[in-house]
Design a protein around this ligand. Structure first.
Ligand SMILES: Cc1ncc(COP(=O)(O)O)c(C=O)c1O
Length: 470
């Protein structure tokens, strides 16, 4: 904890007031929304108050007050080519006049399916949905149907959307670090759900032992190749392979959740980068080119459990799909974004170079200013700075840091013209960010860190739990 929590609370109040004064239109809109619940949107979970966006262009966002930000959030990750990429815009424009929604499938959906399976090692078939949440839910159902088992194993800190068994130990934790307990993360879930969840420590091979202890009950193990919302945490060498191998031993389905990493960490996503093949891969974000999507890709014998032969009752299948699944607008946007990325091999080199420049520059800024803090991530994904004593490798490691300093940092960065994801500090660069913009973001961090130091923050690295991370 910072020594003087009274003064940190004072700094938070001041910073929020400064933000409201600087952004009167956003503040007014936020006040109005607060009084009229019908106007609330999920975006208002952005801390401490959302900026209301007027428009996006390339790597920039402009808010309703006319402030221009370098966008490091990129729509929570999908916009690998930036805002309004000409190819994506042309594809959507072209489709709009030809119909924005149909009942039967469109040719573009089939094309998106072809591109998607190419990017997923072990991917033979794919089904489209409207969100990563739905795709993760379908993965669990298929695993349960295929194995006849109930228990879902997930890693502490792993985010897989809001399906009940997966909404455990995402933003909260319980039990000893090497034998975590399932911690329900949101209100409204039946307590019985927790009995069907096994929470594993991320990046700790004791996870393999925990799985073997109850092996015959486990339907699937689901894991992000790089934990995103937990703090952009890469996998320890051998961790993903160990989970894969243990799944084979105990007869469980191995599910990789590549909603963030899919087509971002490379043309073969996280699986290709880390050399591990899943039975089922959950996708979303980038696959839809900036429009809503979820996709579940994997071995044909598993995906095929979502349909039945015509003479069988429908209840024999795992139901997936919905009104807007595979809709033509998302399909053309996804085809445009994936084609652009896959046709130009330098895209990934550029993304990775920019990400490395960002992480190195921020780490140097912390070192130069004598701040104990760490920047995480890989490729075009960066997390932090997290104000911890040790480089964090788990969610518990991240939340051991000074959360108040992190919150203040995100406000000071907004005032410097940099939008970071707050409060999780999970950020992205796109192919249209420039080297100069990366330098700008680093310099903004230097000034924000200096301000925190002047205000008496960052003198120690242990902090309070970050219980409200985005
Ligand atoms: C790794 C991961 N899986 C699943 C989801 C849920 O996806 P959606 O928000 O599209 O439901 C997210 C959301 O950010 C995510 O990061």
């Amino acid at each position: 904890m910072p020594k003087d929590t009274g003064s940190s609370a004072h700094l938070l109040r001041n910073a929020e007031a400064e933000l409201r004064a600087a952004l009167p239109k956003s503040a007014e809109r936020f006040e109005r929304s607060s009084r009229q619940p019908a106007l609330w949107t999920t975006r208002e979970r952005f801390w401490p108050m959302p900026i209301y966006v007027d428009h996006g262009a390339g790597s920039h966002l402009v808010d309703v007050d006319g402030w221009d930000y370098v966008d490091c959030n990129m729509g929570h990750g999908p916009l690998i080519l930036g805002h309004c990429h000409p190819r994506v815009v042309a594809a959507i424009d072209g489709q709009l006049g030809r119909g924005n929604h149909f009942g039967p499938p469109s040719a573009h959906e089939a094309l998106l399916a072809e591109l998607t399976v190419q990017g997923v090692p072990g991917g033979e078939r794919v089904v489209f949905m409207n969100s990563g949440t739905e795709a993760a839910m379908a993965a669990v159902r298929i695993a349960r149907a295929a194995t006849g088992r109930r228990v879902v194993a997930k890693c502490e800190g792993g985010l897989h959307g809001s399906f009940e068994p997966l909404r455990h130990s995402v933003l909260s934790f319980a039990g000893p670090p090497r034998r975590p307990a399932a911690s329900p993360d949101v209100a409204g879930m039946p307590p019985s759900t927790s009995a069907d969840v096994l929470v594993l420590p991320f990046n700790d091979e004791v996870a393999f032992e925990l799985l073997r202890e109850v092996g015959e009950q486990i339907a699937c193990v689901i894991v992000e190749p790089l934990q995103g919302s937990a703090g952009a945490l890469p996998p320890a060498p051998g961790f993903l392979q160990g989970l894969r191998k243990t799944c084979d031993e105990i007869g469980a389905i191995f599910v990789l959740d590549e909603v963030i990493t899919g087509f971002r960490l490379g043309p073969l996503s996280g699986a290709g980068l880390f050399g591990v093949t899943a039975d089922l891969t959950v996708l979303g974000k980038a696959v839809g080119g900036g429009l809503p999507i979820g996709a579940l890709c994997g071995a044909a014998h598993l995906i095929d459990l979502t349909s039945t032969p015509p003479d069988h009752p429908a209840r024999e299948a795992v139901f997936v799909g919905g009104t807007f699944s595979g809709n033509p607008l998302t399909s053309v946007a996804g085809v445009a974004q994936l084609s652009e990325l896959l046709e130009s091999p330098v895209s990934y080199d550029r993304l990775n170079e920019l990400g490395t420049k960002m992480r190195d520059g921020l780490s140097k800024a912390l070192a130069d200013q004598g701040v104990s803090g760490f920047v995480t991530g890989m490729g075009s994904i960066w997390g932090g700075p997290y104000f911890t004593k040790e480089p964090p490798t788990t969610f518990r490691g991240v939340v051991a840091g000074d959360a108040i300093a992190g919150k203040l940092l995100s406000i000071y960065l907004l005032l410097e013209g940099v939008l970071v994801t707050s409060p999780s500090h999970l950020n992205f660069v796109s192919t249209v960010h420039t080297e100069e913009e990366v330098d700008f973001v680093i310099e903004a961090h230097r000034r924000a860190l200096a301000r925190l130091q002047r205000e008496g923050m960052l003198r120690e690295s242990q902090g309070e739990d970050r219980s409200d991370a985005a």
